[in-house]
Write a protein that binds this ligand. Structure first.
Ligand code: GLC
Length: 812
């Protein structure tokens, strides 16, 4: 603990005025290169390359000797999109500048100082990189200009608010048990993507450097700084003009999440640790007895023998295979924790095998890097080597042969219990024959571990989809793993912080994310658990997890009232699973996040630019959780348009704040007019939701057809389990709703029909009708069953699942 002495006058350090004495200086020439131009300057050169029309890469090469022909334009594993050769661009030169022009945006390099302006087609300057300075250690500072109205988003998993103006962050994957407070600059994930939302346009800057870097939106009044400590200054300018375009473009560059297995979207229960096979089975039975849905139980480190990964403790877990089979019968899966630290133990097969083959990271003297983690002194696989990644991936056969299809990667910053909290920065990574130091690639360690795990499990589960959960990651982590936000605490503040944190992760490409519901450390209360479960039920990743010293926080730990609330909201998640799954598919296709800050959907509304205590699930549902103790009212901002209270149906004009009444059992939830919400009956496991196993053959849609509006929704379904969808085993229906004076038209177009396990009937409930209906036109022959419930003001039609097209018109 610090005392006031920390701020004694003699501890004040003067702010240094400069960010480095060296710069490129004036340009001396320009040459054309495949994909762009290279500008040579007095003290280095600048490679400017076109990846796509709105995506331009800039890489700095320091030093007068930097010559154009041999430039290393390699990227990190984060980048999956390479320059499209066909992208046409023009190069031009004026007295003052060099111009690289694409259809969407041009990069203009000023000859006098090599500063770069990114200009849109109308000639507006979207971004201005004013210069790059470096010091004698080649640590680079890039200076970017910004207007006073700028808002900053992205940057992955950071504390603080949604808008990052006035903040400074460090990108250095760190195991931070405590504290997760606004002044903490580095956490477990490092996603060096800054999104600037300017009045002129939104754009992103992605710095592809997995060493230690900084994003500083505080120190300069009229802009921001991006700084590297090692490695290259290699960034991508990502043109919008909308925020959604930036997210789409960034995820095209760094890849998108693959559609997860549906069971990974269910409710997950964890604890550090469920100590024995019997305890796990008892836990599962309790879920089923209490009729609280659950898909996954986690095994934390105590399942292992002396914390050796790829083992089970024979006393605590004498027959894991039988346990897993019994759980599967109940619709529950096991996900075990797998840390990277391998116990240094000559009698341990994994250690012996890895050591014999040189699979572990080494110090400069060739000896393995050894550091303490849970098992004691441990060594760490060198995931930069493909052969090591493959070995590690295949070790998961140990689990997959027991019926496990997912893994939880923790401590993969990597965390080490030493002074630096991680691997020595001069440790060497083989990197497939191009050795690099740990300091240069530190932030890649977690991503590469998850990649090896995802691909390894995928090789051994016969065409099913693997699931990986990770703590550490770098840009692109979304391709391999879901992210949970680490060791938070059972504080109301941490519940509130989870919103901006997960929303910004979503804007940074990581859609599938969530916090430990109820809080990991400290002690939860019934009220906190109820409120957090309400919110968590609509988060992309939904897991309750807590640490060994804290009081229990399973849904029933605080008595029947809290249990009932948890049951209802976890149940709501399962009821909404057809919607959630469709939104996940949209995210996998487009990169747009599953839950969204309002600014993403309403970028021009000044009320939402830093609004982060409410969020949208997809674009149709708006949740406004209560995140304070003893509170049963809150202000909710409803953006322009008409909204309906999800619980009461009440019609509310948007574009204003409303006061929501929210007693403990109620989380304020709103549906946008025109919304099309598919849902199912509550199931105890997602296994009961799909196809033949579904409890009912009817899929329901709620259509909020209240006013004059037009809306659309894409409903997606497949088997939820295998990769068959990649070969076309899925159905995609495009639903369009048009409400006009005196008629409501629903148009369903089947864009793809390749999955035959779908439910046979659809029940369409048109809610909040603007008129009393007299006829429904367009039902398939033999079907004329529609019902109007005047009291509820709802019209229900049940029809066979549309095979090709359906056009229903409801007349007044
Ligand atoms: C770390 C993880 C936590 C886990 C614990 C024990 O603190 O963040 O989730 O329970 O290690 O494995």
């Amino acid at each position: 603990m610090l005392t006031s002495e920390a701020i004694s006058p003699d501890k004040v350090v003067e702010k240094k005025g400069t960010y480095g004495a060296h710069s490129l200086g004036a340009a001396t020439g320009m040459s054309r290169h495949e994909g762009g131009m290279t500008v040579t300057a007095e003290h280095g050169c600048l490679a400017v390359r076109v990846v796509r029309h709105g995506l331009i890469r800039v890489k700095l090469f320091v030093g007068a000797g930097a010559e154009a022909p041999g430039l290393d334009m390699g990227t990190t594993v984060a980048v999956v999109e390479s320059a499209e050769e066909e992208t046409a661009f023009k190069l031009r030169e004026s007295k003052e500048a060099y111009f690289l022009e694409t259809e969407a945006v041009s990069a203009i390099v000023d000859k006098s100082d090599c500063s770069i302006r990114f200009v849109d087609r109308s000639g507006r300057v979207v971004a201005h990189q004013r210069g790059m300075l470096w010091n004698e250690k080649n640590a680079v500072t890039g200076l970017f200009a910004a207007s006073s109205q700028v808002r900053y988003y992205g940057l992955g998993e950071k504390t603080g608010s949604l808008d990052k103006k006035g903040e400074r962050y460090e990108m250095w994957n760190s195991d931070v048990y405590a504290p997760h407070v606004p002044e903490i600059e580095a956490l477990y994930q490092s996603i060096p993507l800054l999104i600037a939302h300017e009045p002129a346009a939104a754009y992103g800057v992605f710095l592809d450097n997995p060493g230690r870097t900084f994003f500083d939106m505080r120190s300069e009044e009229d802009g921001y700084l991006i700084q590297t400590e090692t490695g290259s200054f290699d960034y991508y300018f990502i043109y919008g003009p909308q925020l959604k375009d930036v997210v789409g473009s960034y995820t095209s560059l760094t890849g998108r999440m693959e559609l997860p297995p549906q069971w990974a979207l269910g409710y997950h229960q964890s604890r550090y640790s469920y100590m024995s096979q019997e305890e796990v089975l008892e836990l599962a039975r309790t879920f089923r007895e209490k009729q609280i849905p659950c898909d996954v139980i986690y095994l934390d480190i105590h399942y292992m023998e002396g914390y050796r990964v790829f083992t089970f403790d024979p006393e605590r877990f004498p027959d894991p295979k039988a346990m897993i089979a019994e759980l599967k019968e109940m619709g529950i899966r096991i996900v075990p924790i797998v840390d990277p630290g391998v116990k240094l133990d000559l009698n341990y097969e994994v250690f012996r095998d890895g050591a014999a083959n040189g699979y572990f990271c080494r110090k400069q003297d060739g000896e393995p890097f050894v550091g303490p983690v849970w098992p004691g002194q441990s060594v760490f696989p060198d995931f930069t080597e493909d052969r090591v990644a493959e070995w590690w991936g295949d070790l998961h056969k140990f689990y997959t042969e027991m019926g496990i299809e997912g893994a939880w990667n923790d401590m993969n910053e990597p965390a080490v219990f030493n002074d630096s909290k991680t691997m020595d920065t001069d440790t060497v990574h083989g990197n497939n024959g191009n050795p690099v130091t740990h300091g240069e690639v530190h932030n890649l360690y977690g991503l590469l571990m998850s990649k090896a795990t995802f691909e390894g499990i995928g090789r051994h589960i016969g065409g099913n989809r693997p699931f990986v959960l990770t703590r550490a990651g770098y840009a692109g982590i979304q391709r391999y793993a879901a992210v949970w936000t680490g060791d938070n605490r059972s504080f109301w503040e941490h519940m509130a912080m989870a919103m901006p944190m997960v929303l910004n992760l979503g804007l940074s490409g990581v859609s599938f994310a969530g916090p430990d519901i109820g809080g990991f450390a400290h002690h939860c209360s019934g009220e906190l658990l109820a409120r957090w479960t309400q919110m968590g039920a609509l988060f992309p990743y939904c897991r309750n997890h807590s640490e060994l010293r804290s009081i229990r926080q399973e849904p029933w730990s605080f008595g029947p009232d809290i249990e009932a609330i948890c049951r209802e909201y976890i149940g709501l998640r399962y009821r909404l699973m057809p919607l959630i799954y469709s939104v996940f598919r949209e995210s996998a296709e487009t990169g747009l996040p599953v839950i969204r800050p309002l600014v993403l959907e309403y970028p021009d509304d000044p009320n939402v630019s830093n609004l982060c205590d409410q969020f949208l699930l997809g674009s149709q549902l708006l949740a406004a959780p209560i995140y304070r103790a003893g509170t049963d009212h809150r202000s909710v901002y409803l953006p322009a348009g008409v909204w309906h209270d999800y619980w009461t149906g009440e019609r509310l004009e948007g574009g204003r704040h409303v006061l929501a009444y929210a007693p403990l059992e109620r989380m304020p939830l709103y549906v946008k007019e025109g919304a099309i919400i598919p849902h199912a009956e509550v199931a105890q496991s997602t296994a009961e939701l799909g196809g033949a196993d579904a409890a009912s053959d009817v899929l329901a849609f709620d259509l909020y057809a209240s006013g004059s509006s037009a809306s659309a929704f894409e409903y997606y379904e497949d088997d939820g389990l295998t990769v068959g969808y990649r070969e076309g085993a899925y159905n995609l229906h495009r639903l369009g709703l048009e409400v006009e004076q005196g008629s409501i038209a629903l148009h369903v177009e089947t864009a793809h029909a390749g999955f035959d396990g779908a439910r046979g009937s659809w029940r369409l409930t048109f809610k909040q009708l603007p008129f009393a209906p007299s006829a429904v036109e367009g039902l398939p022959s033999g079907e004329d069953a529609w019902r109007f419930n005047a009291e509820a003001n709802e019209l229900t039609v049940t029809t066979r699942r549309p095979v090709e097209e359906l056009r229903l018109v409801i007349h007044s």
